[in-house]
Design a protein around this ligand. Structure first.
Ligand code: ZN
Length: 154
C-alpha cells in the first residue's frame, strides 16, 4: 500500500472522461487501498481515481459518520432532490473555496469493491461529495460550478 500523489488543477488528466471498471482484480484492490490511505492522509472527504492519475470510474466518499469510506465503482446518480448551497473545496485545487448549488439529497447507485451493487441516499456534505466526485469522472472540477469564491483569513 502507498500514498499516491494527488494530481493538481492544470493537469490534463483532470479534464478526461474516465472509463468504467470492468475487472475486479488485485490491482483494483491495491488502487482502492492506496486511495483510502491517500484520502486519510490528506484529510479530504472524497477522492476520485483521476485525482491519483487513474482514469477509472472509481471514487471514495467519507460517509456521514466520518469513519466509513464508501467505495463507489461505476457510480451513477439515480435520484436527486432539493437544493443546497455548500462551500466546496478540492484536494486537486488547494486553497480555493467556493459556493456552489447542489442537490440537498442524492441517491447514488454503484458497485462496491467486491463488485456488488450498492445504493446510498445521503444529504448534507455527503450528498455534495457524491456530486463533486462524480463530476471528476467526467473531467469536471467544482470551479465550473462556483457561483462565488469564499476567502478565509489565514
Ligand atoms: Zn475534487
Amino acid at each position: 500500500m502507498a500514498i499516491r500523489n494527488i494530481v493538481k488543477e492544470g493537469d490534463e488528466i483532470l479534464t478526461k472522461v474516465c472509463r468504467p471498471v470492468t475487472v475486479f482484480d488485485a490491482r483494483l484492490q491495491t488502487l482502492i487501498e492506496d486511495m483510502k490511505q491517500t484520502l486519510a492522509k490528506s484529510n479530504g472527504v472524497g477522492l476520485a481515481a483521476p485525482q491519483v492519475g487513474v482514469l477509472k470510474r472509481l471514487v471514495l466518499v467519507l460517509d456521514d459518520d466520518d469513519e466509513t469510506v464508501l467505495v463507489l465503482i461505476n457510480p451513477e446518480i439515480v435520484a436527486a432532490e432539493g437544493t443546497q448551497t455548500p462551500t466546496e473545496g478540492c484536494l486537486s485545487v488547494p486553497g480555493i473555496w467556493g459556493k456552489t448549488v447542489r442537490p440537498a439529497k442524492v441517491t447514488v447507485r454503484a458497485l462496491n469493491e467486491k463488485g456488488e451493487e450498492v445504493t446510498y441516499t445521503r444529504t448534507g456534505i455527503t450528498a455534495v461529495c457524491f456530486c463533486h466526485e462524480l463530476d471528476h469522472l467526467d473531467g469536471h472540477l467544482f470551479r465550473e460550478r462556483v457561483t462565488e469564491y469564499v476567502h478565509y483569513d489565514d
